[in-house]
Design a binder for this molecule. Structure first.
Ligand SMILES: Nc1ccn([C@@H]2O[C@H](COP(=O)(O)OP(=O)(O)OP(=O)(O)O)[C@@H](O)[C@H]2O)c(=O)n1
Ligand SMILES: C[C@](O)(CO)[C@H](O)COP(=O)(O)O
Length: 251
């Protein structure tokens, strides 16, 4: 019998930050998450972006495979909110594997999980909070996303540099470019990783695996500043965003 006089406890939310990628598209250098933006490692910006949400009580950083000690040291030497706990685990060969390793490190009382790319260091806290709120309102999977500015063509991929035949032009008004953090009911995300990854299938984001389970995924508004640092020009944009923030509010 349940005690109806007791209030329902607020779900304890953790953020898992996959940060174990190399950053091949960014060019030669340190692993992408450890490269500096305005003098601070990209990873620290991403960790602060999660920890600045009052809803997030634990941040799990999935570090480059042989970089866990360095990441622990970085977390120790940068100012981070005291109310947040931090864990560091070594990552895997793919983003999917790194997320799975992060999920495996979560304590039992975590019921909601955000998965956030270290490569999206500048996501505003309002976007993080909007994702958490939708999960707390009962959505098993939530992604922030933006409408597209470009028209998208589906092609028959060919040899590099060769013209590729267009197969279709999806209706742009129905398309969204998906960002992170993506938010999940923990049990749903773990089930997706256990069943979809085990079947050899995968997806380029966590929500794609949840969709393959047949579980509904919803979109909330994303933010332009939540862009992914992927190629060198993205670093220029990231520095410009940080300079504008400093000018606006002394950040
Ligand atoms: N084995 C991997 C690969 C990627 N990631 C993380 O997943 C996020 C999104 O990946 P992406 O932007 O593709 O990063 P990289 O894999 O580093 O980039 P690239 O494909 O250019 O090497 C990044 O925060 C990255 O660190 C990870 O944790 N483990
Ligand atoms: C998860 C993601 O950022 C959503 O847009 C994206 O799919 C990651 O792709 P990547 O090739 O691993 O950067």
């Amino acid at each position: 019998m349940t005690d109806q006089s007791r209030p329902t406890p607020t779900p304890r939310t953790a953020a898992v930050i996959p940060a174990a990628g190399r950053g091949v598209r960014l060019g030669p250098g340190a692993p992408k998450a450890l490269r500096a933006l305005s003098g601070t490692p990209m990873l620290i910006h991403a960790v602060r972006a999660m920890a600045n949400s009052r809803a997030v009580s634990l941040v799990v950083v999935v570090a480059p495979k042989d970089g866990a000690a360095e990441v622990k040291h970085l977390l120790d030497e940068h100012a981070l909110p005291e109310r947040t706990d931090f864990l560091v685990v070594p990552g895997g060969e793919t983003r999917q594997e790194s997320v799975r390793l992060g999920l495996a490190a979560l304590p039992a009382d975590i019921t909601a999980v955000l998965v956030h790319d270290a490569a999206r260091p500048l996501v505003p806290v309002d976007t993080v909070d909007a994702v958490v709120e939708a999960v707390r309102d009962g959505a098993p999977a939530v992604v922030p996303a933006l409408p597209l500015a470009d028209t998208v063509k589906e092609v028959e991929p060919g040899e590099k540099g060769e013209p590729e035949p267009v197969v279709a032009t999806p209706a742009r008004a129905r398309l969204r470019a998906v960002q992170t953090p993506q938010g999940f009911d923990r049990a749903t995300l773990v089930r997706a990783h256990d069943t979809i990854a085990a079947s050899g299938e995968g997806a380029t984001d966590c929500a794609g695996m949840v969709e393959q389970l047949g579980v509904p995924v919803v979109v909330v508004p994303g933010h332009e500043e939540a862009f992914k640092v992927t190629r060198p020009l993205d670093l220029v944009l990231a520095e410009a965003v940080l300079a504008r923030r400093r000018a606006n509010d002394g950040f």
